[in-house]
Design a protein. Structure first.
Length: 364
């Protein structure tokens, strides 16, 4: 990848407050970088996850910690006016709970040394692709995922282990709590997990001889005096430990969160406190979209979209470096940039007025 263009384009994503495009960057550089140069850069066929790791590695090595966590989650970039192309497709949008046209990205987000007071860094990422598959029943082709989200999840986690990232837990919501993922984390990665379970997830209790004494949905589990219960989940090759957390919403209604881990040493409070670190990935999604222009590219070509996503991830990493350096959060950094842009615009306006000898008239 052309490093100079990577730096230039990712900086452009940070200073832009609207839609980003090759034309916009060419204008920003007063033509020193042409529209065609930007277009050629964006259309490179690059590996998203492999290049992301190269960009994230220096920051990961600075913040990594044996008690670090990897957080798996996905986000959706709406593209309502784009044509479908395998990358831009119909996907479920969790924000609207509807199926919409856009790009679905699965990310592994790392949080290391909390004493540095930073969000974290994306360390692995892939976009969900679809391909045409013949439906014999309907006698027509339909677009189907090349891989399931859970398959992407396991592949990305394997890459993180190969890259020697220090971590103790993998944190995931109920979407990724399938038995294949849980077995993979414990048996292949030799790590632990904390995941949330849906209230209708089937669990079983066994006696000391391994005989099933109760089976049913976790919401109907007979909770004893202990805050953490040992149970068995279908398809999982080892006992897991579950707890429930009852919380109050802003509207005074109550909800219940069921947490599950393979670590038998976790107390309820420790399990909840560690799982709450998963919120960092939600902050990442928000900042990447708002402050790093993740969803602001009008490009319609798949390769260009992938390069734009990579550059947006790099822009986010730059924000994290600046956060460590000056203590400002991402939104405060962007506010400074915006204020600087306004001051520059104000100075330019005064020059334009002066050039035409404009004098404000008094209001009678």
């Amino acid at each position: 990848m052309h490093r100079e263009m990577l730096e230039l384009y990712s900086d452009y994503l940070l200073v832009s407050f609207g839609q980003t495009s090759a034309t916009g960057l060419a204008r920003l550089t007063d033509g020193e970088v042409s529209h065609d140069q930007v277009t050629r850069f964006l259309r490179q066929e690059e590996s998203l996850s492999q290049n992301l790791w190269k960009l994230a590695k220096p920051l990961v090595r600075k913040i990594q910690h044996p008690e670090g966590v990897l957080i798996v989650d996905d986000t959706f970039i709406p593209k309502p006016h784009s044509k479908t192309n395998g990358l831009v497709e119909w996907h479920y949008n969790g924000a609207t709970t509807k199926v919409e046209i856009g790009i679905n990205i699965i990310t592994v987000y790392y949080r290391g040394d909390e004493s540095l007071n930073l969000n974290g860094v994306p360390v692995a990422c892939e976009a969900v692709y679809k391909k045409p598959v013949w439906n014999e029943k309907k006698k027509k082709e339909e677009m189907k995922n090349v891989k399931t989200k859970n398959e992407y999840c396991r592949e990305l986690l394997r890459v993180c282990k190969q890259n020697d990232i220090k971590f103790k837990y993998v944190l995931m919501d109920s979407w990724y709590s399938g038995c294949d993922n849980l077995n993979f984390i414990v048996e292949d990665l030799k790590k632990s997990f904390i995941v949330s379970l849906k209230e209708n997830r089937s669990v079983a209790k066994k006696d000391s001889e391994g005989n099933i004494t109760w089976i049913g949905e976790i919401q109907n589990l007979r909770w004893g005096s202990a805050e953490v219960e040992e149970v068995y989940v279908g398809g999982v090759d080892f006992p897991v430990y579950v707890t429930r957390v009852i919380f109050t919403n802003e509207d005074k209604s109550t909800g219940t969160l069921y947490l599950c881990s393979d670590d038998q040493d976790l107390t309820k409070d420790k399990m909840l406190k560690t799982y709450q670190r998963r919120w960092g990935v939600e902050e990442f999604h928000k900042s990447a979209k708002t402050n790093a222009s993740l969803g602001k590219s009008p490009a319609s070509v798949g390769g260009s979209q992938i390069t734009h996503i990579l550059c947006a991830m790099y822009a986010y990493i730059k924000l994290e470096w600046m956060r460590i350096g000056n203590g400002l959060n991402h939104f405060a950094i962007r506010s400074r940039l915006y204020l600087g842009a306004l001051r520059g615009a104000s100075r330019e306006l005064k020059k334009m007025r002066k050039s035409i000898n404009y004098t404000p008239q008094e209001i009678a």
